[in-house]
Design a protein around this ligand. Structure first.
Ligand SMILES: Nc1ncnc2c1ncn2[C@@H]1O[C@H](COP(=O)(O)OP(=O)(O)OP(=O)(O)O)[C@@H](O)[C@H]1O
Length: 676
């Protein structure tokens, strides 16, 4: 898989301000109850420090370099495998290196990132070159670079692990039964729990899953799973040590033999247990379920000729499986399609289903250019029976957007426009934050305002108030904010479109990004002076983002300035700068309408001017809150809509209510009457 063209320093792009992934309950966890006096286990910088540059390199360049250096290598599914300079010197000894050699170094073909599975040394492509050329490999290992997951949390991990006991060793039978019931473990045997070394921590009423180093010799971290009764059901809370962004445990790895050529990947540890017990097959659980497949885990999966992904029981699990299969090389992957007869593995075991049979029915992930309806019919049925999930992730703060757009879907292109200074960035920041807090991994390309300013706006929206007045709470909020899967490109000012797209591809691969915001397109237009040239360039750029969204199943929200128009007139789809290409290519067109002549509340509206998903278009009012920088309604959406309607009835000059503006079908441009 090659994402990047031949590159030099031109392609070196920074992705800084890396914010780790959202996770449940990190701070909500009662560490204090069994760890002694409360302390902050993980001291972060107050502001995120820029990381080392991400070096973009191609697989061809890596191969050429290895050949030039006389380093033998084998081409794998997603990595190149070489002798490890961190364990034995390159040169004559390396020539004797074979596929069966115990110590290998894996170089990711897409990123150039390397991992030595023997010493756990890891780094980027430049680090690798430096260690080969400078002979600095030894110092990497002695300093333990790449193996810093735990740091000073080691003691906490060991203390928790020592206090946890095998479930079967709890003193009271009643407690054992109750715990088994809470975690749905009725059919999982003590032998299976023992084999995977699962323990139970009474003080936290949590199952404890260990993260051992690949050889199983040392403990690198833990995941705690807490079950809490909620109404009639049970809700589960996960906590990891180290924090999620550094928790790279492929649970079950120590049980994998070097001779295993098949594996089943699951989204949860208990699913792995159930699958292994029912089928005897090697199973591994991903560290963060459906949220991501960090490339740093790929080396551990290189040995498998066949990988079955059985990640869950809903459409989200199915979509994640398809995305992960791309990284793993679809040719070796099969996917278990979720459905009534295919619940998640633990559930299947509980229901007495034949898990072996379900695995046999897994579908090949390999993409064919031509398919028949027979191959699509199950997928179509899946969509019809999961209408809610097909509609995408729903906004928590914008019920009106849900009503019109139904949700935020992967692979779509949204074009967003509005008059200069009307609050486009402010609105889109909250719109994206809302999705990000619900697990939509997000990448920002803010070319106009700095990342610090943007992060400040987003943090204010996250807190829903002015942090400058309660700075003592800064750490608390920054900690929570930092756990969001939110990343920022460090471009500022004019940029080359290819560089931007390459960086986006990189981010999709490394961080499983599902939503990219580009603010705004004008910063990729270069210096073209002639308006005909500018329009051609814009069309090319819009086409490139469209293709990126489709190819990568990633939603792109593209901010485009409007043409200069009469300031008093409301904007229309045709007001978007350039030819009609942007609105034709877009799945959704959103317009922030700013009624310049009006004052006070109701001055701004959001207009959904195009909606390819089901054709519903319309408008709803936005009320800006200056202290929280938010546009989202404080109260329920319904009453606001009603209010607008009532006002309209009184004053015919006022824009009609969004209800009145909705129109089904594809005639969205016709369905957008002038607002004033
Ligand atoms: N509805 C509003 N009422 C008053 N001030 C607002 C409103 N919306 C945004 N602002 C403020 O106006 C300023 C400009 O907002 P923002 O940068 O979001 O606009 P923009 O449309 O993205 O601008 P540009 O056209 O320059 O890209 C910010 O300081 C923001 O806090």
């Amino acid at each position: 898989m090659q994402f990047f063209p031949q590159s030099g320093s031109f392609w070196r792009v920074l992705l800084t301000f890396r914010w780790p992934v959202i996770w449940l309950g990190y701070r909500g966890f009662p560490w204090g109850s069994f760890l002694g006096p409360p302390h902050r286990p993980y001291r972060k910088e107050v502001l995120p420090a820029p990381e080392a540059p991400v070096v973009l390199v191609t697989a061809t360049e890596i191969r050429q370099y290895l050949r030039a250096q006389g380093i033998p290598f084998q081409d794998g599914h997603s990595c190149l495998r070489t002798p490890s300079p961190f364990l034995s010197p390159v040169g004559s000894e390396a020539e004797n290196w074979t596929e069966g050699s115990p110590h290998s170094l894996f170089i990711d073909k897409t990123t150039g990132h390397f991992l030595c599975t023997g010493s756990l040394a890891e780094g980027n492509w430049e680090d690798f070159q430096a260690s080969v050329e400078g002979g600095a490999a030894g110092s990497w290992v002695s300093e333990g670079k790449g193996n810093e997951a735990l740091g000073n949390q080691n003691e906490d991990v060991l203390r928790i692990w020592e206090r946890a006991v095998p479930l079967a060793e709890l003193p009271e039978q009643e407690e054992i039964q109750m715990t088994r019931a809470m975690f749905n473990l009725a059919k999982v045997s003590d032998a299976t729990l023992k084999r995977f070394q699962v323990r139970y921590l009474r003080a936290a009423r949590s199952l404890v899953f260990p993260w051992f180093s690949p050889g199983g010799l040392s403990l690198r971290g833990l995941k705690l799973l807490k079950a809490e009764g909620k109404g009639d059901g049970v809700c589960y809370l996960e906590t990891t040590l180290p924090r999620p962004s550094a928790y790279h445990n492929l649970f079950g790895l120590p049980l994998i033999s070097r001779r295993d050529v098949e594996v089943v990947l699951t989204g949860r540890e208990l699913d792995s247990l159930a699958l292994h017990q029912a089928t005897g097959l090697p199973t591994l659980a991903l560290p963060r379920g459906l949220a991501c497949l960090p490339p740093t885990l790929l080396p551990y999966l290189e040995q498998f000729r066949r990988i079955v992904l059985w990640l869950g029981d809903d459409l989200r699990a199915w979509e994640a499986a398809k995305l992960f299969a791309r990284k793993l090389n679809p040719k070796r992957c099969s996917l278990v399609r979720p459905g009534d007869q295919h619940p998640r593995p633990l559930e299947a075991l509980t229901q007495g289903l034949n898990l072996q049979k379900i695995l046999k029915g897994a579908l090949p992930a390999g993409h064919k250019s031509i398919v028949s309806f027979r191959q699509l019919r199950e997928e179509v049925l899946g969509e019809l029976s999961n209408v809610e999930q097909v509609a995408g992730v729903r906004w928590g703060r914008y019920p009106d957007l849900n009503r019109l757009l139904k949700g935020h879907r992967k692979g779509e292109l949204t074009v967003f426009t509005g008059p200069t200074g009307s609050g486009k960035t402010t609105f889109i920041s909250e719109y994206a934050l809302d999705l990000c807090t619900q697990g939509v991994n997000t990448l920002w390309g803010s070319f106009e305002i700095s990342n610090v300013r943007l992060a400040r706006i987003m943090l204010t929206q996250f807190v829903m108030g002015r942090l400058e007045e309660k700075l003592e709470e800064y750490d608390k909020w920054a900690d929570r904010f930092e756990d969001l899967a939110l990343y920022f490109m460090t471009f500022h000012g004019q940029q080359n479109i290819r560089t931007v797209i390459d960086t986006m591809k990189h981010a999709v691969y490394v961080y499983d990004i599902c939503h990219v915001i580009i603010d705004n397109l004008q910063f990729m237009m270069g210096q073209e002076q002639l308006s005909s040239d500018r329009i051609a360039v814009q069309d090319y750029i819009v086409g490139a983002f469209r293709k990126f969204a489709t190819d990568n199943s990633c939603h792109v929200t593209l901010v485009i300035h409007p043409r200069k128009e009469d300031g008093d007139k409301e904007l229309q789809t045709a007001s978007i700068f350039g030819s009609a290409k942007a609105s034709q290519e877009a799945d959704n067109v959103l317009i922030l309408q700013d009624k310049k002549l009006a004052t006070g509340p109701g001055k701004r509206y959001l207009q959904v001017a195009k909606n390819r998903f089901d054709g519903d278009v319309g408008v709803f009012p936005l009320e800006f809150n200056k202290s929280s920088l938010t546009f989202s309604p404080p109260a329920k959406g319904k009453s606001r809509l009603k209010k607008v309607k009532d006002e309209n009835e009184l004053d015919p000059k006022k824009p009609p209510s969004s209800k009145g503006r909705e129109a089904s079908g594809r005639q969205k441009d016709k369905a957008q009457p002038p607002l004033s």
